[in-house]
Design a protein around this ligand. Sequence first.
Ligand code: SAH
Length: 254
Amino acid sequence: MNEGELVKLSAPLLAGEVALVGAGPGAADLLTLAAAKLIVNCDAIVFDALVSDEVLNLAAIGTDLIPAGKRGGRPSASQDDISETLIELAREGKRVVRLKGGDPFVFGRGGEEIRALAAAGIRFRVIPGVTSGVAAPAMAGIPVTDRSVNSSIAFLTGHEAGEDSRVDWPALVQAFPVLVFYMGAKNLPQIARRLMDAGLSGETAVAVMASATLPEEATSIGDLSSAASGELKAASPAIVIVGDVVAGRVAWRG
Ligand code: SAH
């Protein structure tokens, strides 16, 4: 499938084709040109909760806007249901945009969706998006790599800080001077404790950037101690940045 000539990413969708599109962190300004073109010129948009109204408002009047995870009015977060919805819409001959926050393949389950589409013989394309793990630090004025600080970054999910963590925390802090956590707002105190137990100083800088590029955008700066004690708080959705790059911050947003 999709072999042969390379389709221009922003070329109009064919009937029965699905585009898995990254919507970026929120502001429509950070959509790719391909994403914007496909959003305005499709029949149906199946969107995740994190996709902003500003982005959805670009859709043409008459576009079918379908919240993922809700079928027939019933709430259901099943990934199989979402893939099934995409396949059904494509089989009806619709030009479908599957919109996901940030980049579809970064903690976005995009892989599961393209495998389901491929198995069903549905034509699809993938439009990368600006991932929040890069956009949020930028909005906070934090360079995620800074020559004097780091030559590597780890992107992680904050869901791994609980009892059954699969992360080797000591190895992680040894290997990566800068850690960027997605989905870390709720578990921030546990994450901070894990990192200190793994050997990082309580004074290691931490930045929390919530709702980057959205009207309620908010940055908080602290350290691992204040994050562990709950003094440094994070509202969802938030990106948590740990490491000395935070010290090189130049706040440039309002
Ligand atoms: N595919 C997405 C990530 C999905 S996981 C991407 O590439 O960005 C969901 C997590 O993304 C949230 O828990 C939060 O950590 C992060 N996130 C998404 N949008 C955000 C935003 N505007 N500001 C801060 N964090 C955001």
